[in-house]
Write a protein that binds this ligand. Sequence first.
Ligand SMILES: C[S@@+](CC[C@H](N)C(=O)[O-])C[C@H]1O[C@@H](n2cnc3c(N)ncnc32)[C@H](O)[C@@H]1O
Length: 419
Amino acid sequence: MESSALNVQQEEANNAVDVGKDLTTTVAKHYNELKETGLEQRAQSRIFYLRNFNNWIKSVLIGEFIQELKKSQGPNAPLTVLDLASGKGGDLLKWKKGRISHLVCADIAQTSVEQCENRFKEMGERGRRERFSEPMYTAEFIAADCTKTRLKDLYKDPDIKFDLCSCQFSFHYSFESLQQAEMMLQNACECLKPGGYFIGTTPNSHELVKRLRASEDMSFGNEVYNVTFKCPDKDNLALFGCEYNFHLEGVVDCPEFLVYFPLLEKMAEKYNLKLLYKKPFHKYFEENSQQGDSRSLLGKMQALEPYPPHENVDLVSKNTEAYKATETKLQALRSKEPEEYKKRRMKVGTLSQEEWEATTVYLVFAFQKLGEETKAESSQAGSPSTEQRRGMKRSLETKEDEDQEEVSPKKVAKETTDT
Ligand SMILES: C[S@@+](CC[C@H](N)C(=O)[O-])C[C@H]1O[C@@H](n2cnc3c(N)ncnc32)[C@H](O)[C@@H]1O
């Protein structure tokens, strides 16, 4: 028997009886034990700009789809949102800025859910004291394993319909098994209104596998991030349960699972979801960093490191090579400046090469729920068949997505903008 066929069958068997080791408790423990860090401490972090950059990506993505909803439903439409795997509530303020009406937050980590709820209450109190604050939405908070529990049974209103489901930096935890991925997807989509969106950020399987295959062992990374695959063979990756450990300086250090995107796209058909786009972070950044509000948000959120640094401030990377491309870009910009401006100290915004390499592991995605009348052909929608999964496994093993362009660390030179 062909070895890939054998692997698919083995995997089906594992999924059927759910014999795989369950890592959800390890993940929950990791997030429950993460210390809340204050602003000052965060500013000292080696990945201060990387975290802000990732946060900027989320802000732009959320803003984009809130705008879409307002365009189609009117500027004052009461929007209802599900923040799936909401963590400590890193996006609560984004929902306030988006002037939504109601939010449901769900996460496996009980402590994070409590912190999220407290933050929400504090935000409400602060808003009441401020004169020109956006109106505060109502919210409910659920501590549950979203890969194993049907959230619909836990909502205050079981008939609630969402305009938007946002799942940021979390969907990959569900790809431990087929059943878990299906439950997570069901939670993301079953209560979405037709026309509603399912958006998120997740590691890009294409990029992970490419870096894995380029490495000498099962691990790759740099001083800020490290990925170590647990499987024994780079050329034999499972569609579910393909575990790797993701370490990101002081923020993440726990098991994650490869999400082969064509498989997720196929699974999403069951819920009548159409993929609008998936874009690697660097591409999403390129498309949005020069646009009005998103551009000014880059500065407000301190999403890029000023280069050269301000007086008496050190660059976050001690590796001078990390800014070589930025320096070249800066020189090129300076040479184009009119004589009278040459004396001022021009600065550009950038990320150190190490942070850039870490952030470009991710992609953004956006699905839209189609109306009943445009339902995907029922014969094809549903869980991917064994045959389809076998085909996908072969393509995961043999080729990389053609629609993706090269992400070179050198590209950081282009990622500069005036600060
Ligand atoms: C990197 S954090 C992202 C949190 C938040 N979405 C954000 O962007 O700030 C990943 C989150 O996924 C949650 N998570 C992991 N596995 C989960 C599961 N099975 N069910 C629900 N939440 C889960 C973790 O507890 C954690 O809060």
